[in-house]
Design a protein around this ligand. Sequence first.
Ligand SMILES: Cc1ncc(COP(=O)(O)O)c(C=O)c1O
Length: 475
Amino acid sequence: MDGLTLDRVGPASLAEQISHQIEAAIAEGSLPPGGRLPSWRDLAAQLGVARGTVKAAYEKLIDKHLLVTAGSAGTRVVSPLPASITRAPVITDADRLVPQNFLQRSDQALVFQLGVPAHDAFPATLWSRLYRQAVQFTASRTGYADPRGLIELRSALASHVAIARGIECSPEQIIVTSGYRGGLSIALRAIDATGRQAWVEDPCYPVTRLALELSRVHPVPVQIDEAGFNVRRARELAPAAALAVVTPGQQAPSGVTLADHRRVELLQWAVEAGSWIVEDDYLAELHLSGRPANALAARGADRVIHLGSFSKTISPALGIGFIVTPLPLARRLIDVATWLGAPPNAAIQLALASLLREGHYLRHLRRMRKLYAERRQCLLDTLARFGIDAASPAGLSVMLPLPNGFDDQQLTVSARAAGLGPTPLSPWFADASRCRAGLLLGVTNVLERTIERDCRRLLALIGDPIGRMKPAAAH
Ligand SMILES: Cc1ncc(COP(=O)(O)O)c(C=O)c1O
């Protein structure tokens, strides 16, 4: 009801203006059927009119059968609306406004969906307890908190990244963000590379390329190989790039860990060119085989902007992550975060700080690594039983190559209609000549008791008896 504006000198009475604008809001849908209106007293105080004026406006709409009074439940819009009210849709094609990347997403995890945790293993009871305690604690804190994030969480994160990722930093270098995208947005503004080039991996998380383009930075795709990002090739293509965005821990989507010599080359280039490396550490310690490699920021503290996220390790629903700032860029990153960003709410921050400090997080990661490794193997074994041996492990997914030219995007639309959530591989490639069709099958929600049926349904959708396909190499 903020939008009501009154003309105090015009011919229409104040009550008429109020009733007219409420009627228009009902017709537009901004006041939905069953929606509650403010009390006469509250609305009168807000508009600076007598209570009787609002009462008269409401009564007029009650007479027109648009509002009903329901005792202590207050005054509400009738539901359903009378046929006399023709609702003018404000947006005729709502799908137009749904962000593209999110068309593939859902609130409930689907089988094979990528990038979501196991819905049956989320530590819901523990998290609820920590969050409840944190909410109680924040109830007495009503001021503006430190824009870098609460010191409790920044300290816990500094200790965590020292132990788990080999990064030595002080809590002063940590900025709490809303996740990878929040961190990337701050980093791109701080670097200010408008009109310049940025190295990206090919294939690459499509969100990274889109974010760069939106920031008017030109992504230069560099083909990855068995050692990860090819620095020599990148230098040939764009020696003066302002930055590189990479996933050294486990390349997205292939899962390849950036080889040691490539790490050295990448850091050398950044120092020589005075450029920045944005390290997307989205999977952090969720390494399903062997020990996770240290973060790149562990060695290149001065040139690497390390972006952490809890979207994969806990849940994207929390919307929380962090930046470890390199000292030469710390002032600017903190300024951007302070004036153009804001950390997530204090309760989430405190709950996460407790999770880290009390050792629950590392325990949770240990359990998830074991569970996801079992689920990944279960999926690979099941596919093998169906005669598919071209599928390969790739981080928290299994990559299933399809013949070139196969419409993997259309397939995922059909799969979704059938309740399955594979991700198409082709949109991850920037260079059409290298583009490969395939599916990324998330393993986190694979269940042993249904996997056979799920695979059968997926393979039936692919249609062509898969044994006769000539799968192309993934990259
Ligand atoms: C490569 C990569 N980076 C980062 C993320 C996490 O992004 P956010 O923290 O914005 O949820 C994802 C999630 O799918 C990803 O695949």
